[in-house]
Design a protein around this ligand. Structure first.
Ligand SMILES: Nc1nc2c(ncn2[C@@H]2O[C@H](COP(=O)(O)OP(=O)(O)OP(=O)(O)O)[C@@H](O)[C@H]2O)c(=O)[nH]1
Ligand SMILES: [Mg+2]
Length: 294
């Protein structure tokens, strides 16, 4: 029998189904479109403005900043497109360049002794460490890097080898739901890893710097290791919020750090902004970019 309540329910169901369908379509479109941007070749064919904003997201922010804000640290690492394109080969598998998950360790005595240069990724749980490694290695078919919306997902130190060139290391996050032996595990790693060329300390661009991040910065300073701040998830916040968070981070770099690279790196693992520049920087700090100049 026809009732008003029944027909309203019916309309509501149709509306919800349409909404779900729309969301699914936009999710698919987003992934189809952004996935294309994982190669620099595709990005380099974009119109100039879009090319620059995906490749150099920090420089792209300049136009929104007051003229009295110092931008001197925005272009310290400022490679040519040619270098960015060259660096991509280290993240692309080939018959003589095997990229793969190597092993995991919960304590340093289980860590592999790798002579090649190494870089690692640290940061609060859920900041996007694993997602970033996944984006960097997105040209490797079948390489599994596990990410999760639940904090505390990565419990071990995970080693990924890029042929004979370098190793990337994914570490468990600190803060909420961190493994109980986190401090021992990560501190030991940072203190004793002789081949560690650079530590990438990730900060969530949509949240800004937190107390736990400040503690991690202090730890890197105390250990005297060279490190870089990477601002993640830049696709998420509104531009005003992102700018404020970046300026706060720049202040901290200028006023409180000695071992930190003066230029922060901005990335989105979702739309690949900043990923190509970061690939190039990793090639540089591991001594592989120099081969282009030789
Ligand atoms: N929008 C957006 N979401 C992201 C980005 N990077 C990561 N995320 C999301 O953030 C959540 C956490 O990502 P993970 O990469 O697992 O974070 P993690 O730092 O490895 O976390 P732990 O292993 O728990 O320490 C997931 O839901 C991701 O999809 C990004 O660039 N943009
Ligand atoms: Mg993780």
């Amino acid at each position: 029998m026809f009732t008003l309540k029944g027909s309203l329910l019916c309309v509501e169901r149709v509306f919800k189904a349409n909404l779900a369908q729309e969301r699914m379509i936009s999710f698919c479109l987003m992934h189809r479109n952004t996935h294309r941007f994982n190669t620099f070749q595709t990005v380099s064919k974009l119109p100039q403005k879009r090319l620059n904003s995906i490749t150099f997201p920090l420089i792209d922010m300049e136009r929104y900043l007051d003229s009295n804000v110092s931008k001197t640290n925005f272009r310290i690492f400022d490679p040519r497109f040619d270098d960015i394109s060259f660096a991509e080969q280290f993240f692309t598998p080939s018959s003589n360049h095997f990229i793969h998950y190597y092993t995991s360790a919960v304590r340093m005595e289980h860590a592999p002794s790798v002579a090649k240069p190494e870089v690692c990724f640290i940061g609060r749980s859920n900041v996007g460490k694993s997602s970033l490694i996944k984006a960097l290695f997105s040209l490797v078919p079948g390489l599994e890097v596990r990410v999760s919306k639940n904090p505390g997902h990565t419990k071990k130190i995970n080693f990924f080898k890029a042929g004979k060139t370098f190793t990337l290391v994914d570490l468990p996050g600190y803060g909420y739901k961190a493994p109980t032996d986190f401090v021992e595990m990560v501190e030991d790693y940072l203190k004793t890893r002789h081949n560690l060329k650079r530590t990438f300390l990730l900060l969530d661009g949509s949240i800004g710097i937190q107390k736990a991040d400040q503690i991690a910065i202090d730890m890197c300073e105390e250990f005297g290791i060279p490190y870089v701040l990477v601002v993640t998830k830049i696709d998420r916040p509104q531009r005003g919020n992102l700018l404020k968070n970046i300026l706060d981070i720049q202040q901290i770099i200028e006023k409180q750090t000695k071992g930190c690279f003066p230029q922060p790196f901005l990335v989105s693992s979702l739309n690949y902004s900043g990923i190509h520049l970061l690939r190039c920087f990793i090639a540089h700090v591991t001594g592989n970019l120099q081969k282009n100049k030789a």
